[in-house]
Design a protein around this ligand. Structure first.
Ligand code: I3P
Length: 116
């Protein structure tokens, strides 16, 4: 069940604990129970591309951490999600209420999951 979806700026900064070069891009983000999916395009485009085997990047929220990350970017309104597997994502919007809604939605989703 989809809980929230929309566009944010996204940068993946670590994969399995290994630092990546920061590369901000617009992403269509879909939050559902226990996971977030990042699509490169709009959901409509993504769904039509699925025929060609396109899969979104999927983030497992079990045991994940979310925190504001002012010091990780020159941009405003940035928070970070860190997964158990050591993947790190920054998410950002210039619009205050949009990023606040997302922060609380993801935090609530994480807090509702079993801790072990
Ligand atoms: C990065 C790019 C990012 C910037 C980052 C730069 O340069 O300008 O937008 O992050 O800053 O290193 P490049 O494209 O050459 O990799 P912010 O926009 O979040 O500040 P950083 O190195 O301080 O993270």
């Amino acid at each position: 069940m989809v809980e929230k979806e929309g566009y944010l700026q996204k940068a993946k900064i670590a994969d399995g604990g290994k630092k990546l070069r920061k590369n901000w891009a617009t992403s269509w983000i879909v939050l559902s129970s226990g996971k977030i999916e990042f699509y490169k395009e709009s959901k409509q485009q993504a769904l039509s591309n699925m025929k060609s085997g396109y899969k979104p990047e999927s983030v497992d929220l079990y045991g994940a951490h979310i925190e504001w990350a002012k010091e990780k970017s020159s941009r405003k309104n940035v928070f970070q999600i860190t997964t158990v597997s050591g993947n790190e994502f920054l998410l950002q919007s210039d619009i205050d209420f949009i990023i606040l809604d997302w922060f609380h939605a993801i935090k609530n989703a994480i807090d509702r999951l079993p801790k072990d």
